[in-house]
Design a protein around this ligand. Structure first.
Ligand SMILES: C[S@@+](CC[C@H](N)C(=O)[O-])C[C@H]1O[C@@H](n2cnc3c(N)ncnc32)[C@H](O)[C@@H]1O
Length: 244
């Protein structure tokens, strides 16, 4: 392991805003913060928003700056990436943001029923053909359903036509309510086609996003309400239709 990485891992241990549960603390077992994030960490009842696969946490940090009346937690398994976000939160003393180093597969053991209002999924790997890894596949949505409030929103921002179209097809198949769908985020912002507040939210750029934009990939956005009494099912889907 590189020296820089080791240094970051050491510094990570000093950040009060960074939670790094051990495997045994979250594997098929409720984490001690489950159901207690508001009371014991944020010390308010403001809505809690997660960013899943947050990497360096650009969305978590910038949303926390813009919305002091909401709470934010960025989740990722990579400690060296989370270091960047946790350091910004510490330096700026952002009391409404935190980071959580864990596998998203364990998420239902970290948040309690009704504890989360919204989820952002930012530039997740599309995981072509790997239904057990794709963050918008039924297996994951069923887990998110366990802790999202009724009417809770999922925001998906991606460069991947595969992930965008797969998720749109899943939303349609399960009769979920679409809140917003934008096929070219920056084109729509430039032409003033979307409301100012949403344009502001969507103009936050992540590390991976900067790279995808430089490669000329259009960025898309889809938001929908994950409210359904029925089990979420996969759409009929041609894995070869979209190359990425
Ligand atoms: C392509 S990167 C995007 C990072 C960041 N959102 C951005 O746009 O710069 C995907 C991130 O998701 C994380 N990730 C993917 N699957 C995960 C899982 N099952 N549990 C935790 N983190 C995961 C990876 O570690 C990685 O940091």
């Amino acid at each position: 392991m590189g020296k820089d990485k080791l240094k970051r891992f050491e510094e990570n241990k000093t950040f009060k805003s960074l939670f790094q549960p051990e495997f045994e603390e979250v594997f098929r077992k409720d984490y001690h913060m489950k159901g207690r994030w508001h009371k014991e960490y944020f010390r308010n009842d403001n809505p809690l928003v997660l960013e899943l696969g947050c990497g360096r946490g650009e969305y978590t940090v910038d949303l926390a700056r813009r919305y002091p009346n909401k709470n934010f937690i960025g989740v990722d398994i990579k400690g060296a990436r989370l270091w960047r976000g946790a350091r910004s939160v510490t330096e700026e003393n952002l009391t409404n943001a935190a980071f959580l180093r864990t596998r998203i597969e364990f998420i239902e053991w970290l948040f309690a029923e009704g504890e989360v209002a919204e989820i952002w999924i930012t530039f997740a790997d599309p995981q072509i053909r790997r239904d057990n890894k794709r963050l918008t596949a039924p297996m994951f949505l069923e887990r998110y359903k366990k802790f999202l409030i009724p009417g809770g929103i999922i925001h998906l921002k991606t460069d991947s036509p595969y992930l965008h179209e797969y998720t749109s097809a899943l939303v349609e198949k399960n009769n979920l309510e679409v809140v917003s769908i934008i096929k070219d985020v920056y084109g729509s912002i430039a032409s003033g086609d979307i409301p100012v507040e949403l344009a502001g939210l969507l103009s936050i750029k992540t590390h991976y996003e900067e790279q995808f934009i430089a490669q000329g990939h259009p960025i898309t956005y889809l938001s929908f309400k994950l409210t359904s009494d029925k089990k979420i099912v996969a759409p009929e889907w041609d894995h070869d239709k979209y190359p990425r």
